[in-house]
Design a protein around this ligand. Structure first.
Ligand code: P6P
Length: 339
């Protein structure tokens, strides 16, 4: 399909993919879902960009299921996504980092064959200091036809039919996979269109850049201590190369950098809470990001297992995350398996 004069839009791209793959996976309902989410996140990006000028600035003085203080814009972003996705007839339920229980589609609306999960505003603690934040979403199939429960969501990440994230930064980006590679769209704010700007993103298998919160170093287990020590020792030691570090403390931003220039992102479990496998959540952070990273030729594990193979036990469960350039993820995973 020829793109229009101002570039290929998200809608054109989705229709092109639908035709190319004979409607497998990319049904008209999935296409509608992705377009509705993209319109909702355009609205979220507006409220984020308002900052202290907006009515959604500051703390709500409430805590979410995670025990974290919610910002007003966290609650607003969650509401925007719920309201935008209730009426389309393509979902049977939704789940969010900001809500303890699943959200059923109201009786007044038709139900559909998908479940939507999202972190409505990831990294929102960065908003007050004007650092990029974003929205992460994951789409699972739901073909049972009856009323879904939390258990309906507990599907392995390999079952996802689509995943993506938005970065609300200097540019407003949408990165999307429907299982046929990874594409990046940039919002043309004048036209209000998502324009395809980076087709078929690929993560280099090797990298000299890593992302981890090193303030936790004394709490890491031995495999991570070993891996990071080698990176810091640089070219005169085992790795025979000097490495660079970046930590934005906004997963969407760190992953976006890795998709564009390679790297490895790590949020390991640590000794402070042995029964807590990590900080990040499996269903609406690690799984969508792992799907995207693998579709771009990278790898994603919890230190021992492929993230997309993990059988979820609960909606808000956490997981250790090592994702990005395949050869580095394989190395740190090997260190875990060696003990
Ligand atoms: P820390 C944001 O709160 C988040 O969930 C991710 O976006 C980010 O990578 C991580 O936590 C940052 O955690 O412990 O460095 O603040």
């Amino acid at each position: 399909m020829r793109s229009t004069s101002h570039g290929m839009t998200l809608t054109q791209h989705l229709i092109e993919e639908q035709r190319k793959h004979n409607n497998n996976n990319i049904t008209a309902n999935l296409r509608l879902l992705i377009e509705v989410i993209s319109r909702a996140c355009r609205l979220i990006s507006y409220h984020v960009s308002r900052g202290a000028l907006g009515e959604a600035y500051g703390s709500s003085n409430k805590k979410n299921i995670q025990g974290e203080i919610q910002k007003k814009v966290d609650i607003l972003a969650n509401s925007i996504l719920l309201e935008a996705n209730e009426w389309g007839g393509n979902l049977s339920a939704m789940a969010s980092e900001e809500m303890e229980d699943i959200h059923l589609i109201p009786d007044c609306f038709p139900k559909g064959d998908y479940l939507l999960l999202f972190d409505p505003l990831d990294g929102s603690s960065n908003i007050d200091v004007n650092v990029s934040v974003g929205t992460i979403f994951s789409v699972l199939p739901y073909l049972e036809g009856n009323i879904p429960t939390e258990t309906s969501f507990l599907q392995k990440g390999s079952h996802q039919v689509a995943a993506g994230y938005f970065v609300y930064g200097p540019q407003i980006s949408l990165v999307l996979t429907t299982g046929y590679g990874v594409n990046c769209f940039t919002l043309d704010r004048e036209l209000g269109s998502w324009i395809l700007t980076h087709r078929n993103l690929r993560i280099p298998p090797d990298t000299l850049e890593y992302a981890i919160n090193t303030s936790n170093q004394r709490h890491w287990y031995a495999p991570v201590q070993r891996y990071i020590k080698e990176l810091i020792e640089g070219e005169d030691a085992a790795r025979k190369a000097d490495f660079n570090m970046r930590w934005i403390a906004s997963m969407v931003s760190d992953v976006h950098r890795i998709l564009h220039r390679g790297g490895i992102f790590m949020y390991p479990a640590d000794k402070r809470t042995p029964n807590k496998p990590g900080k990040l959540r499996l269903m609406y952070e690690a799984n969508p990001m792992a799907f995207i990273v693998e579709q771009a030729g990278g790898a994603a594990t919890n230190g021992k297992n492929r993230i997309l193979d993990i059988q979820p036990q609960s909606l808000h469960e956490r997981v250790a995350v090592f994702l990005g350039s395949k050869n580095e993820v394989d190395r740190v995973t090997r260190y875990h398996l060696e003990g």
